[in-house]
Write a protein of this length. Structure first.
Length: 427
């Protein structure tokens, strides 16, 4: 059994009689007029099929299985490339049926007939949602023949629970993406010069990722010089780099459908200035502590809470916050400087799937989960209540941590973050 056959069979074991899973592949997205964005398969569809062709459909019940793929039409293949074809797809995945996507409408009635619960990711594609509802309505109108359509449509969250716990093979894939990510960040430490534009740094990341066979970044590269670092999802990347600025780079390579997610901050000049150093050291110290909290059995939210407490302590020692730590936490006064969470699941999607809370309680970490750890501090450049030398500084340090029985494993350990290492790379 290959990994996809194995995952499909695990899903089939979870399905009871009368239940079915229906998954759609991604379609090409228009960029402008007749130009399309570069294709990226839907993560769930890829997780179960390993197929990176658009518009496919996977249907599974405990007993039956069917894959629909684009029809092999010579004229189309000349324009857009060889298509997998349903025969090959069916064989590779060891499924019962293989059909062309053109047969979906007709076959859908047969497949969904007498299914009472349909597991389907509704809400992602409204056209598909409408199509499913219309199939169900159609089936219900045939009730006199003893046929019925699904009474319940449910999100297949069990698939996301599967994806949340990474196998050894998946961990190796993320490690590979992490290594390429390291090459990108290392190149920036070495090649960045005052006077360059942020987009030149972005192009260096692309160069490193694409030349190693990546799809590209797992998300848009954030290259933020100076006060741009205070914009959390800054993507304009078009400012010129000035001397004595910090540059925040949040970027991760995606290879084989797995992404890393790493943030590093370095000075545009050879050394950090003294206020930059103060904040950097604080964040780095808090980040290392936060990584140490990533242990099996720890409640995920605890990591954030403890990290906020540590940041508050640091901000108090810099006289940026006053009063009792508990009060500051309760009143959320720290949010002026730290407005995001400390981490998120990571995998095929940068903000990967899987629940954070179960029955209203923060879930406990389990072996094989991967979370980012990414505390930061941001000082609004326009806020006069902040001492001038801190205004406009934005620092986040982010690594990808595997939860393991013995101790947290930092998958992005190879990317330097100590001030001494960074300064030596900068000179
Ligand atoms: N790169 C997005 C994030 O760090 O969550
Ligand atoms: Mn992140
Ligand atoms: Mn990030």
């Amino acid at each position: 059994m290959n990994i996809y056959q194995n995952r499909i069979s695990l899903v089939q074991k979870k399905l009871m009689e009368g239940e079915a899973l229906l998954l759609f592949a991604s379609s090409h997205q228009t960029k402008n007029r007749d130009v399309e964005y570069k294709f990226r398969q839907d993560s769930d569809f890829y997780y179960l099929t390993g197929i990176n062709e658009s518009d496919g459909i996977l249907f599974l019940t405990e007993k039956t299985s069917a894959i629909f793929t684009l029809p092999k039409i010579k004229e189309r293949e000349i324009w857009t490339g060889i298509r997998l074809g349903n025969k090959k797809a069916k064989k590779e995945l060891n499924l019962e049926f293989g059909f062309d996507t053109t047969e979906w409408k007709e076959k859908s009635f047969e497949l969904l007939k007498n299914i009472h619960t349909l597991f389907y990711f509704y809400g992602k594609n409204l056209e598909r949602d409408k199509e499913i509802l219309s199939i169900i309505e159609n089936l219900n109108q045939r009730s006199r023949n003893g046929e019925f359509g699904p009474e319940k449509i449910q999100l297949p969250n069990f698939l996301h629970e599967m994806r949340l716990i990474k196998s050894d093979e998946e961990i190796d894939l993320i490690l590979e993406s992490a290594k390429i990510t390291a090459e990108g960040h290392m190149a920036l430490f070495k090649e960045t010069k005052v006077g360059m534009y942020e987009y030149e740094l972005e192009s260096i990341l692309d160069r490193e990722y694409l030349s190693s066979g990546c799809w590209g970044g797992g998300y848009g590269h954030i290259v933020a010089a100076g006060k741009n670092a205070c914009v959390l999802h800054y993507t304009s990347n078009n400012s010129q780099i000035k001397k004595d600025e910090l540059i925040l780079v949040d970027s991760g390579a995606e290879k084989n459908y797995y992404t890393a997610d790493v943030t590093r901050v370095f000075p545009s000049s050879k050394k950090f200035t003294s206020p930059q150093k103060d904040i950097y050291e604080l964040v780095l110290d808090v980040q290392k502590k936060a990584i140490s909290y990533v242990t099996t059995g720890t409640e995920f939210f605890e990591i954030h809470k403890k990290t906020v407490y540590n940041l508050i302590e640091g901000l108090k020692s810099l006289k940026l916050l006053k009063g009792s730590v508990d009060k500051i936490f309760e009143k959320e006064d720290y949010k002026k400087f730290y407005m995001h969470k400390t981490g998120h699941w990571l995998g095929m999607d940068v903000h990967d799937v899987g629940k954070y809370f179960i029955d209203g309680k923060s879930r406990k970490l389990e072996n094989g989960m991967i979370t980012t750890i990414e505390p930061g501090l941001y000082f609004d450049p326009t806020d006069k209540s902040i001492p001038k030398h801190f205004r406009g500084i934005g620092i986040r340090i982010e690594d990808d941590i595997l939860v393991n029985e013995k101790k947290p494993i930092n998958l992005t350990f190879m990317i330097p973050k100590e001030i001494s290492e960074i300064e030596s790379l900068r000179s």
